[in-house]
Design a protein around this ligand. Structure first.
Ligand code: CO
Length: 519
């Protein structure tokens, strides 16, 4: 079923211009509205109280929503080639007793501080942004700026701003002040890659854990899987780790976990560093699909998950269906069939923006659309079979965090307004993974959504086990009508709108975020 978008005043609803565009191109959105999110955030706000423009903030929503994303896309009139090259800016929305306050801060990375002082870009970007001065200024400049812009998670008494090619930055969880680069009490080497996609094991092995990885990529690649205590006095302490060397250039952005396994999909991509070295392209633009070659799943037994006296078993390699994957929804071990099940967002090809294309004028019709695909892996026979769970263009999906690694019934994902083809993400879908029933809340035509964050309702001592979809979905929406961002609180079960907070901030499209419950 579909829930019609709200038409109340103040909501990101249609205008004559948007309707004209829709009539002309069949699109549900106005390109100017979509592109208006690409801008700089120049101010930093500190604990600014928010009021709901509509609805009420649920009184039992208690904790902080943290979001990360590029906040600086231009300096001195010079625009980045790709928004993913923008400096990380953290937004925190703290909820308690029906009230909310907003704080936002740039991560004080070394590069951000230098460029603030200089008033211009001094570094090249991984996604192809060049510093001013043309080819000569960029050739053979391989210095990378750790832009800390991809994800933000709470670990113990600190927030970690993550960027997968290098070390995390530690921040104060309340003030968002940058404490500095952290090597996590010596766990990491200086500059060691540390994924921006940790997974939180809710307690399959006792205490909750943060499971994550780092990749040292090359002709052979090394994957380091690390498991940290995620709560209590040991929070942040490394509990277990393992290293595995695998064939080929491993571009691994995300992974999934089950109680026994860390599951990676190694896409069939090649890396040709020459255009990067000579200054023609960014490092990420030197990735290309290898036509005719197949990607594969790497199933790594989790360290510290079983009998610690046993030698760690080698990773299991299973050929993957064709396509390219950045993100997974979830994975689980199916007790009935013995299969390992992985839900991932597949693209037909590696989507990239070439050196000559401005990201603000990108043609969605020429880019592949993401589809949610379920792959069943038979680890004994090393075979995979896949089925499409959702044809509608989607990205950024999650299950109830308590169901991470288990056969979750529900997934929440950002989807396009149109049911076929590629388009900006404008709606949130709740998908019943057992029955395929769908519900959609839409911000179209003038609203554009970010990654949904599902927050379970806090358990009370008197209530029975809560339903898996009992809670809320928090979504940052770019409101083209207001040229600013809204925070929309949806009921996770039926996607009804609980509250809309019109933020005093215009936040460019971001990447990932997380929820940290109070206490
Ligand atoms: Co990601």
């Amino acid at each position: 079923m579909t829930i019609a978008p709200s038409r109340d005043s103040g909501s990101p609803t249609g205008s004559a211009a948007a309707e004209t565009a829709a009539g002309r191109s069949g699109a549900a959105y106005d390109r100017a509205d979509w592109a208006s999110s690409f801008r700089n955030v120049l101010g930093e706000l500190d604990q600014v109280p928010l009021v709901a423009a509509r609805g009420t903030i649920p009184p039992d929503l208690a904790g902080s929503l943290y979001r990360n994303g590029p906040g600086r896309l231009e300096r001195g009139g010079h625009w980045l080639h790709h928004p993913f090259d923008g400096d990380g800016m953290i937004t925190a929305l703290r909820f308690e007793a029906g009230q909310a306050v907003l704080t936002n801060r740039y991560v004080r990375t070394e590069g951000w501080l230098e460029e603030e002082a200089a008033g211009r870009f001094l570094y090249r970007g991984v996604f192809g942004s060049q510093k001013p001065g043309g080819l000569l200024a960029n050739a053979f400049d391989l210095r990378m700026k750790n832009i800390a812009n991809t994800h933000v998670v709470r670990l113990g008494d600190q927030l970690l701003a993550l960027w997968e090619a290098s070390s995390p930055h530690a921040l104060d969880p309340d003030t968002l002040e940058t404490r500095g680069l952290t090597l996590l009490d010596g766990v990491l080497g200086k500059g060691e890659a540390f994924s921006a996609h940790p997974r939180f094991d809710p307690g399959h092995h006792g205490e909750p854990r943060m499971v994550t990885f780092g990749v040292k990529a090359g002709p052979r690649s090394t994957i380091r899987v690390m498991e940290f205590a995620a709560s209590g006095p040991r929070a942040g302490q490394l509990l277990a780790e393992r290293h595995d060397s695998v064939a080929g250039f491993a571009f691994l952005h995300d992974f999934a976990i089950t109680p026994r396994y860390a599951v990676f999909l190694q896409n069939a991509v090649a890396f040709n560093p020459i255009p990067f070295v000579v200054g023609l392209k960014g490092a990420a633009q030197c990735l290309a699909s290898k036509p005719g070659e197949q990607g594969h799943f790497l199933i790594v037994p989790r360290p510290g998950a079983g009998d610690s006296s046993a030698e760690p078993a080698a990773p299991i390699v299973v050929p993957a269906p064709e396509g390219f994957v950045f993100h997974h929804l979830n994975a689980f071990e199916d007790a009935a069939t013995g299969e390992l099940v992985v839900d991932s967002i597949f693209y037909d090809d590696f989507p990239s923006i070439g050196p000559g294309v401005d990201f603000r004028s990108v043609d969605f019709d020429t880019l592949p659309a993401g589809r949610l695909v379920r792959t069943r892996l038979n680890l004994e026979h090393r075979t995979a079979t896949s089925t499409v769970l959702e044809e509608r263009c989607c990205e950024f999906a999650m299950v109830n965090p308590e169901r991470q690694g288990l056969d979750a019934r529900y997934g929440w994902t950002a989807v396009a307004e149109c049911e076929r083809g590629n388009a900006p993400l404008q709606a949130i879908e709740k998908l019943d993974l057992h029955t395929s029933e769908r519900r959609v809340w839409s911000a179209a035509p003038r609203g554009f959504v970010s990654e949904p964050v599902m927050v379970p309702r806090p358990a009370t001592q008197t209530s029975a086990a809560p339903s898996e979809d009992d809670g809320w979905v928090l979504v940052l929406v770019w409101n083209g009508a207001r040229s600013a961002s809204d925070l929309v609180i949806l009921n996770a079960a039926d996607l009804s709108e609980q509250a809309v907070l019109e933020l005093p901030l215009a936040i460019p499209y971001g990447l990932h975020g997380s929820w940290a419950a109070l206490g």
